[in-house]
Write a protein that binds this ligand. Structure first.
Ligand code: UD1
Ligand code: CA
Length: 540
């Protein structure tokens, strides 16, 4: 493919509302595979190595400009001092001709070729535009345009040709004469011309048409009328020049793009079991011999290493995954880093700031956030790890929770290496647990634990012999005489500071001490007083 070498300017039209989208957002901000429509076109513009670029903005102007600038910064598309992009503002959208007029001051004195692209044609490739520019130069035309012959011309301007086959003009769909409805050659809306011609010709167009707009397409008729050379270049791949005007067209193009992206990864050595349900956004990379199950969404800047296994039903956004990682069913990650050979899931939620070293295991129903976890550490079941740093080879037992929030601020938990954290442990941050410490199951850690210590905080266990039999007997008695059913229950403080137990009101006054109550209950055949108290204890 011959690429242009002489100076080139590009105008991207992105000011329109996109009425047919029925959206509050400008059409060009709608996305395909996670990338705004206008950015697909902007990338094409930059591939042409232009000297000047103008993106005409209007609807949601600030946002369109921000989206473009952020994209250009993030991609550093042009390693040399980047071609500055200007964003002329089209305050009111009076049509594509008016939009180009707004862009012209940016090309004052510019003697190169000017390419015009519409911001709603995302599948366009730079190669096709380069062909147009090359043909424009070869034929020394005043104006050149692409054309496409399509099965469904609805929505497009149609190409008018004379008997000798030469192009004479473009007629918009709404202005078509009955005899022209059969024309299937359409205008994709990609042109090459000069700033001088645009300047002179745009002054002559009117809005005397069905939409009362200034049509850029009228330039073709003007050039032909003036006896200027107009070159039409037919494209082979009509899909490439499809414009998006509605949500249905957006979806149709998105599925084509998605399919193309997925095919590209299969060609690069990735196994994709169900391409139809695999979504890989444009900025994603995947290493060879990685295997993707069904329902996988890889979004944003996600990078996946080699030989990984993603079982399925997985959503990763801006995640960096090493080599040989196994992501089991139902893993969700945002802004995370995962080291080689880690195993995650099923049903794990890794939130921003999660950094897992190699060989970490994160199991089912585990949530992490701002968690730096060392090599080989495991948290396999039902755990919350937030604002935490954990060393290597530590084992986090089932139901461990870092209590990182006190209602005012977030606090950090620091856990050393080779620590054994028993099940149902709460770590009340800020707190530090030294290397090799053991935390007994059910412990609430509120103070720092030195290295090598055992820490345990548990209510001592009691057993109440015969309690079940008595409780059942009472239930049977109550069922036989309904009047005795359901004693009124109130909450009374128990002997243990800080906790409350349910106590029958009539027993309240004579509630004995905790120790006595249990002793008496054990001896008594009738379970009347203090029975709820002992019931509570029986449960522990
Ligand atoms: C346009 C062409 C039509 C062509 C089709 C190809 C005209 C008059 N018609 O029609 O011949 O077949 O594209 O897709 O050019 N825009 C502005 N300012 C405006 C109006 C539009 O910046 O005042 C921008 C839009 O944001 C959009 C692009 O120009 O990115 C095209 O506008 P749109 O309204 O979609 O034109 P079509 O009706 O599709
Ligand atoms: Ca359009």
């Amino acid at each position: 493919m011959k690429r242009p070498v002489a100076s080139l300017g590009v105008i991207v039209l992105a000011a329109g509302r996109g009425t047919r989208m029925r959206s509050e957002r400008a059409k060009v901000l709608h996305t395909i595979a996670g990338k705004a429509l206008v950015l697909w076109v902007l990338d094409v513009a930059f591939e042409l190595a232009p000297e000047r670029v103008a993106v005409v903005v209007g609807q949601d102007a600030d946002e369109v400009r921000d989206v473009c600038e952020r994209h250009l910064r993030s991609r550093a598309l042009d390693p040399a001092p980047r071609t500055a992009v200007v964003y002329p503002l089209q305050r009111e959208q009076h049509g594509t001709g008016d939009a180009v007029r707004v862009a012209l001051p940016a090309f004052a004195g510019f003697s190169g070729d000017v390419v015009i692209l519409y911001g709603d044609v995302p599948r366009l490739t730079a190669g096709t535009v380069a062909t147009l520019v090359a043909r424009h130069r070869e034929t020394q035309a005043t104006l050149s345009l692409l054309t496409a012959t399509v099965a469904e011309p609805a929505g497009y301007g149609r190409i008018r040709r004379a008997a000798d086959g030469s192009v004479t003009g473009i007629v918009e769909e709404r202005d078509l004469a009955a005899a022209e409805r059969g024309i299937r050659e359409v205008n994709p809306g990609i042109y090459c011309t000069s700033a001088a011609f645009l300047d002179a010709a745009l002054a002559r167009i009117t809005n005397d048409n069905a939409q009362r707009e200034y049509y850029l397409t009228d330039l073709v008729g003007i050039a032909v009328g003036d006896g200027q050379r107009v070159t039409a270049v037919a494209v082979d791949d009509c899909d490439e020049v499809a414009g998006i005007n509605s949500r249905a067209e957006l979806a149709a193009v998105e599925s084509q793009v998605r399919r193309a992206l997925v095919t590209r990864w299969m060609e690069a050595g990735v196994t994709i079991h169900d391409p139809a349900t695999t979504y890989v956004e444009e900025g994603v990379t995947i290493g060879a011999d990685t295997e993707l199950g069904p329902n996988v969404q890889l979004l944003g800047r996600t990078r996946i290493g080699r030989r990984c296994r993603l079982d399925g039903t997985i959503l990763l956004r801006d995640a960096e995954i090493g080599d040989g990682v196994h992501l089991r069913l139902g893993t969700v990650m945002t802004e995370c880093r995962v080291g080689d050979d880690a195993v995650i899931g099923p049903f794990a939620h890794l939130r921003p700031g999660t950094e897992l070293a190699a060989e970490v295991h994160i199991g089912n129903f585990v949530e992490t956030k701002k968690a730096r976890v060392g090599r080989g550490t495991k948290a396999n079941h039902l755990t919350y790890l937030g604002d935490v740093e954990i060393g290597d080879a530590t084992n986090v037992g089932a139901g461990t929770i870092t209590c990182n929030y006190d209602g005012f601020a977030k606090h950090r938990t620091v856990i050393g290496s080779r620590v054994q954290i028993g099940s149902d442990t709460q770590l009340v941050a800020p707190v530090t647990v030294g290397d090799d410490a053991y935390i007994g199951a059910g412990t609430t850690v509120t103070r720092d634990v030195p290295a090598g210590h055992l820490v345990v905080s548990r209510v001592p266990q009691r057993e109440v012999p015969g309690w079940v039999a008595r409780r059942r007997a009472r239930a049977t008695t109550n069922a036989a005489s309904p009047a005795a059913k359901k004693p009124e229950i109130t909450l009374a403080p128990s002997s243990t500071a800080g906790s409350v137990v349910a106590t029958p009101r009539k027993a309240q006054r004579k509630t004995p001490t905790r120790k006595n109550a249990a002793a008496k209950t054990v001896q008594r055949s009738s379970p009347r007083p203090a029975r709820a108290t002992s019931a509570r204890r029986g449960k522990r």
